[in-house]
Ligand binder design. Structure first.
Ligand code: PA5
Length: 425
């Protein structure tokens, strides 16, 4: 059994290992050690900035961030956030996972993360109906979509309620900070966009949305402390990275789905996809194109659209499920409006039970066809457990980068398209 207990969640990798004889027999210690040494070297030369950031984030930065958040919440009726990719998905997925409907109504947040006409018109309608604070998040300070959306909407916005989150030294937004004294927060230079959820990039929008950011950071710290007590062979981040790598490279399953059975985690799959796809999909040190295709999907909904393909279509997929441990406050289905003996059995079950059983049934059915699956189960969905989960994924992704022999921290393909767009405009 490869069922690992981590702070706030478990990850069960059993079938990933049981279904591949070659993986079972693979002597993984040398590979783990070499990845570990490479990551340690990056840590030492400070290119692996994300890993200990929850401990390193300056207390003054947290204080400033909380002060800004408190003032903006008091003075404005909602929030517009302009940002894309890593400057959007981290905070957006945590807010979607944890915010209550009441909080959404009290302080609505609109994310402008696209430049199609529809998105711009919707943003315009949002900002023209209420007095909003604004966050402009761009590490580089020169992303066309983020800036053009902001320019267009700026006539509706209060510069005093506008905060720029950008590189501390370079880029056009930093120049604005220096010349026009905008409220601002820095993005650590050694933490790239998709690894920046636990920096000011993610923390300020989350704080504004009512998330307990100290608990989130604490969850990440707990994860780090826990992993530090394990030897490499028992470290689930290494085992998870290895299993995903192995099924792609050695068993030709190059499509990796993450399928939460929780609607509020749908956006988390977008964050997951960006993190892994942009980090691994590139040329390796030998010039070969590598990297699996990552896809997010949602249970049980997509059982009714994708499961057929998973089960009988090309056997080129690996599926990860996410579930939530049942708690005592379960919600029962209740009786049918029309007596219905055929469905009598349903009335006594809870939705949590139906949902989890659907997940188990799907996993069982896929496993019986030889499809490898893994399961992540959250104890509860809180700031703490999500903080631990986010850091776990970032670390596993960085480890995977070593297995694939790619630089997990650059994105030349994305940068080229950004440059071509700027040139063509
Ligand atoms: O992960 C990345 O580096 C990218 O996805 C960026 O986050 C995205 O392109 C936005 O860049 P920026 O924050 O510079 O506007």
């Amino acid at each position: 059994m490869k069922n690992y207990s981590l702070p706030g969640f478990t990850i069960n990798l059993t079938t990933l290992f049981e279904f591949s004889k070659t993986l079972q027999n693979f002597n993984r210690l040398p590979l783990f050690e070499s990845a570990h040494n490479a990551l340690n070297a990056k840590f030492e030369n400070q290119t692996l900035g994300f890993f200990d950031w929850p401990e390193r984030i300056p207390a003054e930065e947290i204080a400033t961030l909380q002060q800004i958040s408190k003032e903006l919440r008091a003075r404005y009726e909602g929030l517009l956030v302009c940002g894309i990719g890593g400057s959007h998905l981290g905070a957006a997925c945590v807010l979607e996972a944890l915010r209550s409907e009441k909080e959404e109504n009290e302080f609505p947040i609109f994310w402008l993360n696209n430049v199609d006409r529809w998105a711009i018109e919707r943003a315009k309608s949002f900002v023209s109906r209420r007095k909003v604070a604004t966050l402009i998040i761009s590490k580089s300070g020169n992303t066309t979509e983020t800036l053009s959306g902001f320019f267009h909407l700026s006539r509706f916005l209060d510069p005093k309620g506008t905060v720029l989150i950008t590189d501390p030294n370079s880029g056009e937004l930093r120049r604005w900070v220096n010349t026009h004294s905008y409220l601002n927060l820095p993005v650590p230079p050694n933490i790239g966009g998709r690894f920046s959820v636990l920096t000011s990039v993610g923390l300020l929008p989350m704080a504004l949305g009512g998330i307990d950011i100290l608990a989130l950071l604490d969850g990440a710290k707990q994860l780090r402390r826990h992993l530090a007590t394990l030897n490499l062979l028992d470290n689930p981040a290494y085992q998870y990275a290895l299993a995903s790598f192995w099924w792609d490279k050695k068993e030709n399953r190059s499509i990796h789905y993450l399928m939460p059975y929780l609607s509020q985690l749908k956006l988390l799959t977008d964050w997951f996809v960006q993190l892994w796809a942009e980090s691994l999909g590139k040329k390796n040190t030998e010039g070969m194109s590598v990297g699996p295709t990552f896809v997010g999907s949602l249970g049980t909904r997509d059982q009714h659209s994708l499961l057929q393909l998973f089960k009988e279509g090309p056997q080129n997929k690996l599926i990860g499920f996410i579930d939530l441990k049942e708690n005592s406050e379960s919600l029962k289905v209740g009786t049918s409006p029309v007596p219905s003996p055929q469905f009598e059995y349903l009335c006594h079950h809870s939705f949590e039970e139906i949902n989890s059983k659907a997940l188990q049934a799907t996993a069982k059915s896929l496993n019986s066809a030889g499809t490898p699956t893994y399961q992540i189960v959250f104890e509860e969905l809180t700031c703490r457990t999500l903080g631990a989960f986010l850091l776990f994924q970032e670390l596993a992704c960085a480890i995977s980068g070593e297995f694939y022999q790619v630089n997990a921290f650059n994105q030349p393909g994305v940068e080229e398209a950004k440059r071509l767009l700027r040139e063509s405009l």
